[in-house]
Design a protein around this ligand. Structure first.
Ligand code: SAH
Ligand code: SF4
Length: 395
């Protein structure tokens, strides 16, 4: 097990602020431009490993390695699914926990149904904000593991940096992007239960990595104070709300947090958010056969969300994103049939709401976003041990 950094030391190089970099350069007896050089390596070049920063003097790198011992993530496992279009990474954290990130490539759109790829194609990374999750949603693999700890903002950013620097090597086709086009906070953990890690990372990705705010999506299970903070934050990221039901009765069974923040309170917070930001909100709905896929839930959802409007344009403020449930070992749940999904979609769309169905990705490697697990899972169709610095997946 990897040691945690000593108390007071950063968990990741990405937790260092410009002032910290300047102080470290001074302590090492280096000229102050070295601090700016280091910042460039971290943000512009997305280099998370000191060894790779070959334009810094070896003596300075050695000094930093000693001072920052135990910081950073190690890539422990890398699994490939969907013929190279989906990649799952397991990152070890200092102190022994691990989190997962999932990379999904989308080809440039050709057919109209390829809307996900857009004209340029996309490379979307799904990142984790916590080791485990305390919210205990009854259908979610992460929720079953309980909560270990919050990630620091730097540990969240470092997932992005480490995958970004592998991207060129991982591209499944020449047309696929060689940089990340989107980052979604939809991996392990509840982002708004870790506001420092989440917002610290979102700002760094925007200001340091140059991702536009609109390329960043934060998904919440419905923590009302977190939604209110998002309304005030001044960074126009996309907000996704995991609703999963149209009534409290069904949502109570899926999302224990609904007992504290029931649907009416959640919707009131979303209304405040839309009023403050004039932005649309995406509502995630994991469709589970026989649990929340009935006509009654579709009708209730439609009635609930159709009145949400963007004040300036009067257009719908809610976009519904249906996610066919990804079976999770140990949980006796499954997604609806194709027809069931279609029926649900039509019933919601009949309320005038925009509805999309998210394609299931990485099913063979348990890598669908939101189904990230820390157990030694089944490997995908192929494995690239060359990229993993640690243990290979068994099997
Ligand atoms: N905690 C946040 C973000 C992480 S979960 C949240 O709950 O929104 C990301 C999304 O994946 C959520 O909408 C979650 O409900 C969904 N999800 C979790 N397990 C899933 C599964 N097995 N199949 C489909 N979606 C799932
Ligand atoms: Fe946590 Fe989201 Fe899973 Fe619920 S669905 S347990 S909030 S990660």
């Amino acid at each position: 097990m990897r040691e945690a950094p000593p108390a007071g030391n950063p968990r990741s190089l990405y937790d260092l602020e410009p002032a910290d970099l300047a102080r470290l350069a001074a302590e090492a007896g280096e000229p102050c431009y070295r601090a700016r050089q280091l910042a460039r390596q971290l943000d512009r070049r997305k280099l998370a490993d000191l060894d790779a920063m070959t334009d810094l003097p070896a003596s300075f790198r050695g000094f930093l390695a000693e001072r920052l011992a135990g910081a950073g993530l190690t890539l422990e496992r890398h699994q490939v699914g969907d013929d190279g279009w989906t990649h799952k990474f397991l990152f070890g954290l200092g102190g022994g926990d691990s989190v997962e990130s999932v990379l999904m490539f989308y080809p440039p759109s050709g057919a109209p149904e390829d809307w996900e790829g857009g004209r340029q194609g996309r490379a979307t990374l799904c990142i984790s904000t916590q080791a485990g999750c305390a919210m205990g949603c009854t259908f979610c693999a992460t929720g079953q593991f309980g909560f270990t700890r919050n990630l620091s903002a730097g540990e969240v950013v470092e997932q992005v940096a480490r995958v970004w620097s592998l991207l060129e090597e991982l591209r499944p086709a020449p047309g696929a992007p060689d940089h990340l086009t989107n980052v979604v906070f939809m991996g392990m953990g509840e982002p708004f239960a870790n506001p420092a890690g989440t917002w610290g990372a979102a700002w760094r990705l925007h200001q340091g990595f140059g991702l536009s705010a609109r390329a960043i999506t934060i998904s919440t299970v419905g923590l009302v104070p977190g939604i209110d903070r998002a309304a005030r934050e001044g960074l126009a990221v996309n907000l996704a709300v995991s609703i999963h039901a149209g009534t409290d009765e069904v949502r109570d069974r899926l999302v224990p947090l609904n007992h504290s923040w029931p649907v009416a309170d959640l919707l009131a917070a979303v209304r405040r958010y839309v009023a403050a930001t004039r932005r649309r909100v995406s509502f995630e709905y994991a469709l589970i056969r026989g649990v929340n896929d009935g006509a009654d839930q579709a009708e209730a959802l439609g009635r609930l969300l159709a009145p949400l409007r963007v004040p300036s344009s009067g257009g719908h403020a809610a976009h519904v994103n249906l996610i066919p449930y990804n079976p999770t070992p140990g949980l006796p749940l499954e997604g609806p049939s194709k027809r069931g999904i279609q029926r649900f979609r039509e019933l919601v769309a009949a309320h005038g709401l925009p509805v999309s169905v998210r394609a299931n990705r990485g099913v063979g490697i348990d890598a669908a976003c939101g189904q990230l697990r820390t157990t030694a899972g089944r490997p995908g169709r192929s494995l690239r041990p060359s990229l993993a610095t640690g243990r290979r997946a068994a099997g």
